[in-house]
Write a protein that binds this ligand. Sequence first.
Ligand SMILES: [Zn+2]
Length: 326
Amino acid sequence: MKSTISIATFILAVLFLTSCSSIPPSTKAPTALAGWHSLPQVARACGVKSSGWQISREGANLTTSRHKIRLFAESRRMEVNGTLVWLNAPLTAYPTGSTRFFLSPADAADLNTLHQQITSRLPQNKSQRFFTVMLDPGHGGEDSGARSSITGQHEKDLTLDIAKRIGTALARDPIQVVIIRNDDFTMSLDQRTSIAAKNKIDCFVSIHANSAANLNAEGFETYILPAAGYPATNGGEIREPGIGNKWNPANLTLAYTIHNRLVKLGYADRGLKRARFYALQHSTCPAILVEVGFLSNNREARLLNTPAHRQKIADTIAAGIRDYAR
Ligand SMILES: [Zn+2]
């Protein structure tokens, strides 16, 4: 009996030491950040050497042959190959002011997804049928959306025009494009998500244009749902998961694939952001919302009023969808 106890104690001690040795004490999340991931843990989960991080009090950089990731201390800002992606929660140092940084569980999972997308391209189309994308031109009919005081252009007309151009751009691809509103009529948000839910679609892309009191505001924004339990990028309440949270990794992959291309057109990158928009919250497939520029900004309003610029945006979104559908 005595020897049984000592053997059991020995086995427990070995198990304890083994489990401890797999996570060095220096990388273990403190109680205050239980479940958070240290940067070496994040690197290992991605299959990258943890020594790849260059860490200073200002933040951390991870450079591999395929990507460069920049994180900033106590900030939700992250740059992935030069594209701005807003984290769910700030990169947090513990103790405060130190270089021991931790990422929230949702952001560690997102970073892993982005890493896989960049290095191996995750296959999204697992079905035998055609990949189907539903395009949602924002507003319509009685709801004009924003109106540019510079050109007089209505957001509802701009979004429909771009959606049709995306449809044409993808006409020769093995991709079925469904435009939820193919003319100028009123459609509620609930009608849109209900139609999307009734159809077998692989992704949902909502198209909008911005308008702001600050006339200097400009650039592209692409939105996905925040992870459950985290606030939106622009603040607001923390909520329970929406239906759309089921697609968290794919939401991010779809958004990154398109946003990363849009910002290469040379206009301001306002980032891949997170918000609880109705269409995203209630989506039954991976969903994003793209803001294609500011109707309130003099330069962008004039550009958005030209067919050539709208075609450029449509071709870029189409290329992102094509890449995602592979
Ligand atoms: Zn809108």
